[in-house]
Design a protein around this ligand. Structure first.
Ligand SMILES: [Zn+2]
Ligand SMILES: [Zn+2]
Length: 809
């Protein structure tokens, strides 16, 4: 056969056309095969897919194709996380309705998806901005409302006085409005909706033991920290003038004799009566300054209120301060500061010259002396200068002192969580309307289930002012009360878009159901997800919210599983030519551009080849060139190779089966696709070297198996080779080729030779060669000679078939 050039455009377009209307990738409804649910996180429809997306999808696609070839009934769906702020910003900037903008982006991205030939079951496509989908967000909300898992309370929002609008956190830039860089953002208290995720805090934490081994440790650690369970005590200090209690939460009640002040959050309710007008203004400024910032990044500041609190253990009076780093959302919104034994308190008290009083002695040391402490001592130790508790170890003092508080009625042992209830109200247009009506007579009335969905009005003016753009749509706002029939007002807040992504993967199992969110029997078959794949940036938020939704759905009786995904894989980022990709730098590597230049097979193979999938990949154009050349080499060999008499059969078949063994093992365990692809490259080198010396039968077997083993990584090229070899049907519908362990076996062992533990050479010897012979050959090896010549051999350690280590002096 004459060699053919690798014309990626011709090959890919040909199969793209032929496969366009075929439904190879449909999951079977009633299958006797074992099931495998593989899922990549659904994208936000920004308009373009870049190489980072391609990496995510290429990993999932390779796995899906491999599992198909292994005989599984595979579910591999895709959808769109279609609500969100960018659509609204685009609407303001370009005067285009968010819906139009979003649908156009979806169409463009889907085209790219199809061009790459990712193996999705498009019949199950889900788009979260469609009423068919978000009506079930509303339905879940009503279920949670019935159960007290959804509730309303006042909470702070970011407010730009110039725009006269509520801002999302991402619209606050360094404390100022994104559109008015000179206007500091204020915090205003509004009635908002919350989901009671804290009701599941204990279970979310405990069930992580089921995820160990299947989820990355890093993700589990981030979730543990986010949930942040601490055991401690709630203790009532008292306002000196009135005796009014001030409840503090502490994890170290054993240090309470070292408390030298009480610090309240600037938004603490007690401030209303405690502070004068100037102080109130100062406290409000502190709250405002937090807008859009991580409280941990703010410089600690505070002021003395002029009031004192009484320590219930010692009877001592300590000053009451306001501190910007104390948050209402954690514990009780009030802390006792023990600067000698807490780093943050130490920093604050040194800044304001508040006394530092050591009361915990290191177990094998002496009590620190003040003045003169350079840093706090935060470990457990022996309690000192603490009345009747002196001399107790910290652990014992903690439990005894908490019990004492409970007995005397001024406190108790308590557990607190860092995780807060999930604030889901957004004063935005492009999201799911919250299905609630406010009636002057009946109060808050849920929209009856049979009136769902509450549909977003389509054409509205988004001006960027006011509480929510929906407030300016009378047809939406003005309704009659479902209870009394009188005029009432519809809720204008929409839901946080993280709700959309908290359960979308259930909907894929029954995407067109109009009676229920899904048929529970289908979930029972497909769940848990066997492999979830996405970026580590979703370790908290999305991956905690979806675990919460799963538990909530189980408790309302819809599903049986308690966790959504058995295994999670977090792929590394893709950077380009050493730098993070960003629109402003203009270095975003777009998927369409790649498909044009090299073809989609090369783009997929490059991101899989350049690094192990969990590591960062640096996109290099010359790296893509290398992969392109390799694919060309495979194709040219497959189309031109001539057979011979077969003197190299043993050698090439051994290499073939070794390569198959390596790829099979990797799919089943660690997914080091980079080394898998490298091993195919080695195989191809051997094939070129032995060309003309391989028998016709062996050559046919080898080429077919090369096509099959490349099918998960480069489906178009594999199909073309499969076709050229005279085979019928899609290559990725064939059985995954089994490797023969006997054929894969080496005739000779590769024995590593070390001198004083350093690698110096490798020798090849028949399996089972004796120790003596290996040692003799090792010492005679010419690469080893320079390191042993003229030296005294002290001993030689030999493991037959593996290693010889010569120890010299
Ligand atoms: Zn503004
Ligand atoms: Zn009413």
């Amino acid at each position: 056969m004459p060699e053919k050039p690798y014309d990626h455009n011709q090959i890919e377009l040909k199969w793209f056309e032929r496969w366009r209307d075929a439904d190879f990738y449909k999951a079977e409804e009633n299958s006797s095969k074992p099931k495998f649910y593989v899922l990549e996180m659904l994208p936000y429809p920004s308009g373009t897919l870049h190489i980072g997306h391609i990496r995510n999808y290429s990993i999932g696609d390779a796995l899906a194709r491999y599992k198909w070839m292994r005989g599984f009934n595979v579910l591999h769906p895709m959808g769109w996380d279609a609500f969100g702020l960018p659509a609204e910003n685009a609407a303001i900037a370009n005067k285009r309705p968010p819906r139009e903008w979003t649908l156009q982006n979806i169409a463009a991205m889907k085209k790219t998806h199809r061009r790459f030939g990712f193996s999705y079951d498009w019949d199950r496509e889900v788009s979260t901005c469609e009423p068919e989908y978000y009506r079930w967000n509303q339905w879940f909300f009503l279920k949670m409302l019935e159960r007290g898992l959804a509730y309303r309370k006042k909470a702070l929002v970011n407010w730009c006085p110039k725009c006269a609008t509520v801002l999302a956190n991402e619209q606050v830039v360094e404390g100022c409005c994104w559109r008015h860089e000179d206007t500091p953002v204020e915090q205003r208290a509004l009635e908002q909706w919350f989901l009671k995720i804290t009701a599941y805090a204990d279970e979310l934490l405990a069930d992580m033991s089921q995820l160990e081994g299947g989820w990355p440790d890093r993700v589990l650690t981030m979730q543990r920290n986010w949930i942040g369970r601490s055991e401690g005590a709630e203790i009532d200090f008292h306002l000196a003038e009135t005796g009014e209690p001030i409840r503090v939460f502490t994890t170290r009640v054993d240090t309470i004799y070292g408390a030298t002040c009480v610090i309240l959050a600037p938004e603490h309710p007690l401030n209303e009566t405690l502070l004068n007008a100037d102080q109130k203004a100062q406290a409000k400024a502190m709250v405002d300054a937090r807008a859009g910032r991580d409280p941990g990044d703010i410089e600690k500041e505070g002021f003395f209120t002029g009031h004192y609190a009484v320590n219930p253990y010692s009877g001592e009076q300590v000053p009451i301060w306001i501190g910007n780093f104390v948050l209402m959302g954690y514990g009780t919104g009030a802390i006792m500061a023990v600067p000698a034994h807490d780093e943050r308190d130490f920093e604050f008290c040194r800044k304001y010259d508040i006394p530092v009083r050591p009361v915990i002695r290191p177990v094998d040391g002496t009590l620190a002396v003040e003045p003169g402490m350079k840093e706090s001592f935060g470990d457990y130790g022996i309690v000192e200068n603490s009345g009747p508790w002196s001399g107790l170890p910290s652990e014992e003092a903690r439990s005894k002192m908490a019990a004492h508080a409970e007995e005397k009625g001024f406190g108790k042992a308590a557990i607190t969580f860092r995780i807060k209830d999930w604030g889901i109200s957004r004063q935005r247009y492009w999201g799911t309307p919250i299905p609630v009506i406010h009636c002057p007579k009946c109060g808050m009335v849920p929209v009856p289930e049979d009136q769902l969905p509450v549909v977003l009005p389509d054409r509205i003016d988004i001006t960027g002012t006011g509480r929510s753009p929906l407030e300016n749509v009378p047809e939406f706002v003005n309704v009659t009360c479902p209870k009394c029939g009188e005029p009432a007002r519809r809720e204008t807040d929409t839901m946080d878009t993280f709700i959309d992504s908290s359960w979308y993967f259930y909907r894929y199992c029954d995407a067109r159901n109009s009676k229920q969110p899904f048929d529970p029997a289908k979930i029972a078959y497909w769940f848990e997800i066997d492999q979830y794949i996405g970026g580590v940036e979703h370790a908290i938020l999305h991956l905690i919210y979806s675990r919460f939704f799963t538990k909530m759905m189980r408790d309302i009786g819809l599903i049986k599983n308690s966790e959504p995904a058995r295994r999670l894989f977090t792929q590394g980022m893709v950077i380009a030519e050493g730098a993070k990709m960003s629109k402003s730098k203009g270095n975003v590597v777009g998927a369409d551009m790649l498909a044009e230049k090299y073809g989609t097979d090369t783009a997929r193979m490059f991101v899989l080849f350049a690094a192990p999938p969990e590591k960062e990949v640096d996109w290099r154009w010359e790296g893509a060139d290398g992969i392109y050349r390799f694919l060309g080499r495979v194709y040219r060999f497959a189309t031109r190779a001539t057979a011979g008499t077969g003197e190299s059969d043993r050698k090439v078949l051994r290499k073939l089966h070794q390569t198959l063994r390596k790829i099979t093992d990797d799919f089943e365990t660690r997914w080091h696709f980079n080394t898998c692809i490298a091993s195919v490259m080695e195989l191809v080198n051997v094939l070129y070297a032995e060309e003309g010396k391989i028998s016709p039968t062996a050559l046919q077997e080898i080429l077919e198996k090369v096509a099959l083993m490349l099918a998960p990584f480069a489906p178009y090229l594999s199909q073309e080779i499969w076709d050229e070899l005279g085979n019928k049907g899609p290559v990725f519908r064939q059985c995954w080729p089994a490797y023969d362990p006997d054929l894969a076996k080496e005739d000779e062992a590769e024995v590593v030779v070390q001198v004083n533990g350093k690698l110096r050479s490798r020798i090849f010897a028949p399996f089972g060669t004796t120790k003596e012979e290996l040692e003799a050959r090792a010492q005679a090896d010419e690469k080893v000679q320079p390191f042993v010549a003229g030296k005294q051999v002290i001993k030689v350690i030999t493991v037959p078939d593996k290693i010889v280590n010569i120890v010299v002096k």
